[in-house]
Design a protein around this ligand. Structure first.
Ligand SMILES: *Cc1c(COP(=O)(O)O)cnc(C)c1O
Length: 413
């Protein structure tokens, strides 16, 4: 039985439990792994729960800024105490309505994905009588490391192709209502290991220096070198601690940007999953168990409507969920039977794992899926098949901070 038995009793399943102590530990560990001059953006999309992002905002002089990509995320960030001036607004499809709202509320820094994107930002800024600061997001022609999600080097809706940037510069510079203050790179997510992460950052920093030189931006004010910090996803394991990163980043920056320590440019990283991944546990109830043609199916009340919805569609992250083994002896874990772990939805895509070793289970049991704090409810198919959203329980150690659930309802015009 789970150590969250009393919470399950009171609030039912499926339920997420997020521990703010662990969010803060991840935040502090990541800041400690970076040079002290660095800024760190928390990618709100990984977990927009208000108390979770508030914990990322609180950290004295080493508090995260917010990387947002919609007015919904902007509202989440503002209500968690972020200043609009601390937000970086990103995304390939910023609408005029969103830009209007964001700029009116005080957001000034935007990651720019194309000339036309910058023109849209400029038009709104001009109308509101302000100047928007643009980081040119660069889609580099080359990259250095292998990764599970690569977002650069190929045709993409993200970023300006590095090979055409120089010729576009006169037009980019001419966009009224904007000033180009630096660049944004986000070449990889979830790096394989620290070497891969360092390799990618070194590549990015060198590329940034070349880019600023090529486009004649002599005094870049801001450089966002992206992320790639990794954490186990819905399987047991420890969040890595990056012991060599700080030194490697400092050295590479010294080489390419001699004044970076004085803030020329200010350098930033971004993370979603690392900051929130290990804070979360998904408690899923076993609804039924059946056998079909020699295979055992464990049917949970949590499927792709609750967790890993994008992978349920066969896209992005392949999920192979596995339960927490913490309470079990190694011998008993060895005898665990392999089963398909599936959700309750009427689609064969509702699979959390095809061959997962599971302890003996029966209907009514609860399994604990660890490291489930990132890309949970809001990146799942919450409304598909009309089940209620999972309960989200925020704790600080043993103390319950809040219990809530997202409700969706239709509003008629
Ligand atoms: C999604 C996203 C992130 C977060 O990625 P993780 O792999 O969760 O760290 C960071 N930056 C940008 C621009 C993103 O789109």
């Amino acid at each position: 039985m789970t150590r969250y038995a009393d919470l399950v009793e009171r609030h039912g399943t499926p339920a997420y439990v997020y521990d703010l102590n662990r969010v803060e530990a991840a935040r502090d560990d990541l800041f400690a792994a970076l040079p002290e001059e660095f800024e760190l953006f928390s990618a709100v999309k990984a977990n927009p729960h208000p108390e979770v992002i508030r914990a990322l905002r609180q950290g004295g002089n080493r508090a995260c800024r917010a990387e947002i990509s919609s007015t919904g995320e902007l509202d989440a960030a503002l209500s968690a105490g972020f200043d609009p001036g601390e937000c970086l607004y990103t995304g390939p499809g910023k609408t005029d309505g969103e830009l209007d709202e964001a700029i009116a509320k005080g957001v000034r820094m935007f990651s720019v994905e194309s000339l036309t994107d910058l023109q849209h930002i400029g038009a709104v800024a001009l109308r509101l009588g302000v100047v928007a600061q643009a980081l040119l997001r660069i889609n580099s022609a080359s990259a250095s490391a292998t990764t599970s999600i690569r977002m650069t080097g190929a045709p993409s809706q993200f970023g300006i192709d590095s090979e055409t940037l120089v010729e576009q510069i006169p037009l980019l510079r001419a966009v009224e209502g904007t000033e180009i203050v630096g660049a944004h790179f986000f070449p990889l997510s979830n790096a394989r290991d620290e070497d891969a992460l360092i390799g990618e950052f070194q590549h990015t920093i060198a590329q940034a220096a070349r880019t600023f030189h090529d486009i004649g931006l002599d005094e870049p004010r801001f450089l966002d070198i992206g992320g790639g910090f990794s954490v186990p996803y819905a399987v047991p394991g420890e969040r890595p601690v990056y012991g060599r990163l700080r030194e490697a980043l400092s050295q590479t920056l010294d080489e390419h940007f001699p004044r970076w320590r004085e803030g020329f440019p200010k350098v930033a990283c971004e993370s979603g999953r690392y900051l929130v991944g290990d804070s979360g546990t998904l408690l899923a109830g076993v609804v039924n168990i059946k056998e079909s043609r020699g295979r055992k199916f464990v049917i949970l009340d949590a499927g792709i409507n609750t967790f890993g919805g994008m992978s349920g569609l066969g896209r992005l992250l392949p999920v192979a969920v596995s339960p927490d083994t913490a309470g079990a002896s190694p011998e008993s874990v060895e005898s665990w039977e392999k089963s398909s772990l599936v959700g309750p939805l009427c689609t064969p895509g509702d699979v959390l794992g095809r061959s997962v070793a599971l302890p003996p289970l029966e209907a009514g049991d609860v399994i604990e899926i660890p490291n489930a704090g990132a890309y949970g409810p809001t990146s799942s198919l919450l409304m598909f098949l009309g089940r209620p959203a999972p309960v989200e329980i925020v704790v600080r150690g043993d103390e319950v901070v809040s219990v809530s659930r997202i409700e969706h309802h239709r509003t008629y015009a």
